[in-house]
Design a protein around this ligand. Structure first.
Ligand code: GDP
Ligand code: ZN
Length: 276
């Protein structure tokens, strides 16, 4: 975890606080970064950030500067609830784009199956599976579902994202045994009790989750529509056949891509192309 001028570092089995040298190139440091550190006097100091394999970013406000949130996570677990709050497919699509741009592998996790109506659940599961995305459906309170997600993470690092109330904290608690409200990790090392900074927490049995529950909504940084298209299987499939040069695929008259979109995907793509 990065909290202001210090970060919590794990090195082999040790876990300690280190000061971030303000001259470290490539700052800001974010959760998940791999670093070089050294002992200076009686403190440990971070002096370098190693190259990032993946990066989840957001923009501050709609056109604000980019800000990194999570580095080096393998998976982007997009958590949506099937009931209260109701699923927002356009939000799933935004996260899918964020994952694609940052090179994280997306996994869609639909929670509250115990409260869900099949009429809400089935079309959503069918839509995303038919596009080739991995979808898990279940109740965050059920051990079998938590085990299914643990097997999906399979020793890797999963960043959990999603709207408030969808079950991220519940899943994090079940997967790690750590309660974000209690802040067991900071207790362990005598640190602060800030709960808003994302933390990377070891899973029981291997792997990690990055808990971003304290990060307010994810605005996508300004996007290249080429990258957005790459994140939409419909666009990848149809664009070579589209007979218009520089087509934005927003109208179906003669466009080879537009008819491939489901209504919600057409809408999310339109928002990404033109703004809300
Ligand atoms: P977060 O804001 O995404 O971290 O969501 P929480 O984990 O705090 O969950 C919000 C509420 O939904 C809590 O009251 C949870 O107990 C409840 N909840 C989470 N997952 C499920 C689920 O799969 N089924 C049901 N019925 N309730 C759930
Ligand atoms: Zn087109």
């Amino acid at each position: 975890r990065v909290s202001g001028p210090t970060a919590t570092v794990t090195h082999d089995d040790a876990i300690f606080e280190a000061r971030i040298d303000p001259r470290t190139p490539g700052r800001p440091l974010v959760v998940g970064d791999r670093v070089e550190w050294r002992v200076v006097g009686d403190e440990r100091v971070i002096t370098a950030i190693l190259p990032r394999q993946t990066l989840l970013e957001r923009a501050h406000g709609l056109d604000g500067p980019r800000r990194p949130i999570v580095a080096n996570a393998d998976l982007l677990m997009i958590v949506e609830s099937l009931h209260s709050p109701p699923p927002r497919p356009t939000l799933i699509d935004r996260y899918l784009v964020a994952g694609h741009v940052g090179q994280l592998t997306p996994v869609i996790v639909l929670t509250k199956s115990d409260l869900a109506d099949a009429a809400v659940r089935d079309p959503l599961v069918e839509l995303y599976r038919s596009l080739g995305f991995e979808v898990h459906v279940g109740c965050a309170k059920e051990e079998a579902f938590v085990e299914e997600l643990r097997a999906t993470i399979d020793g890797r690092v999963a960043a959990l994202v999603g709207q408030s109330g969808v079950g991220k904290s519940t899943l994090t608690r079940r997967l790690t045994g750590v309660d974000r409200a209690v802040g067991a990790v900071s207790d362990l090392i005598g640190g602060r009790h800030t709960t808003s900074d994302p933390r990377q927490i070891p899973l029981i049995g291997g792997g990690w989750v990055v808990d971003t529950a304290g990060v307010r909504s994810l605005f996508l940084p300004p996007l290249d529509m080429e990258d957005v298209g790459d994140a939409y299987p419909e666009v990848r499939e149809g664009r070579a056949n589209c007979r218009f040069r520089d087509c934005r695929h927003l109208d179906d008259a003669g466009c080879a891509v537009n008819p491939l979109f489901s209504p919600s995907r057409r809408e999310s793509y339109r928002i990404l192309a033109t703004g809300p």
